[in-house]
Design a protein around this ligand. Structure first.
Ligand SMILES: NC(=O)c1ccc[n+]([C@@H]2O[C@H](COP(=O)([O-])OP(=O)(O)OC[C@H]3O[C@@H](n4cnc5c(N)ncnc54)[C@H](OP(=O)(O)O)[C@@H]3O)[C@@H](O)[C@H]2O)c1
Length: 279
């Protein structure tokens, strides 16, 4: 079996678990998969948004189950995922979209924010994989896709807590890709730029002026565009899933591009400081 060309999961007969599936990129991905006939399981903390999302998906004819859990709580997450598998059958597709972002100046951010980003964004991804991947390996079938970020490709001003957690997600997925491929289990990692979701609105409240200046006037992508890239990445078993040309270039040529980008961003920060608009 080793060395044989891997086969993608057939979406119409699959069961997909989406962490963070009650909002933003996770919900858009759940919608896109449900349109293909995939059974959907949504996991998040808040019951209200889970119920609203599930009701919307059921209206389209989808089979939907939900569970509440904090992805940073391994015991609770593992139990919730087991409940979803019991309700809807073995998991064929895992998308880990649950995440939070808290920008700020390195010198101002409280210590617990650095820990929280790792616990939710990195360990929340790791725990979901640890719970689901063994059964995919046993069944020689599955696709696991983790949502990282453009901030997981390049160190960006204001993201000293969030960025390292998303770098860790990327490192995890690069390692497991190689280990899972011989078992016919696909691993992919998504690097979205700014995406128009509730998280971005929350993030914008905390961004230092310099971070705003760096992102400039770039229009955020829609969650639907990211979801389309994720579904296409699952179907074609891509490892790098890069919605948008800029993150695609960064993912492929990051080590070559980063000195030039860092120089450009440094000049923007310097100009802002000269204007007196920073602290
Ligand atoms: N939006 C962007 O610009 C952008 C860019 C790059 C990468 N990303 C990444 O994309 C992913 C999705 O973000 P989004 O923009 O779609 O955000 P969103 O709209 O705020 O959705 C986040 C989802 O994650 C859930 N969640 C948050 N913390 C959780 C926890 N501790 N345990 C379980 N569920 C949790 C939320 O539900 P509850 O709050 O009810 O738990 C919600 O369902 C995140 O990993 C984010 O870092 C976003």
């Amino acid at each position: 079996m080793l060395g044989r060309r891997p086969s993608p999961v057939h979406l119409a007969s699959a069961h997909a678990v989406v962490t963070g599936g009650s909002s933003g990129i996770g919900l858009a991905t759940a919608r896109a998969l449900a349109e293909r006939g995939t059974k959907i399981s949504l996991l998040a903390r808040g019951q209200d948004r889970l119920e609203t999302a599930a009701a919307e998906l059921r209206q389209t004819g989808a089979h939907v189950a939900t569970r509440q859990a904090d992805v940073a709580d391994q015991k609770a997450l593992t139990a919730a995922l087991a409940g979803l598998v019991e309700a809807q059958g073995p998991c064929d597709i895992l998308v880990t979209s649950a995440g939070i972002a808290r920008p700020g100046h390195f010198l101002d951010l409280p210590d617990d924010v650095f820990r929280q980003m790792m616990e939710v964004d990195y360990f929340g991804t790791l725990y979901a994989l640890r719970a689901i991947v063994p059964s995919m390996v046993d069944r020689r079938r599955g696709s696991v896709v983790a949502v990282s970020s453009a901030a997981g490709l390049l160190g960006i001003f204001g993201y000293s807590a969030y960025g390292p957690a998303k770098f860790a997600v990327r490192g995890l997925m690069e390692s497991v890709r190689a280990e899972l491929a011989p078992h016919n289990v696909h691993a992919g990692v998504v690097f979205p730029p700014d995406v128009d979701t509730p998280q971005l609105a929350e993030e914008n409240r905390w961004k230092p002026a310099e971070t705003h200046a760096i992102s400039g006037t770039i229009k955020p992508l829609s969650a639907e565009a990211v979801a389309t890239a994720i579904v296409s990445g699952i179907e074609s078993r891509q490892f790098l899933i890069c919605p948008g040309a800029a993150t695609r270039a960064l993912a492929r040529y990051g080590s070559i591009l980063s000195p030039m980008l860092n120089g450009r961003f440094d000049r923007k920060v310097a100009a802002l400081r000269r204007s007196g608009k920073t602290r």
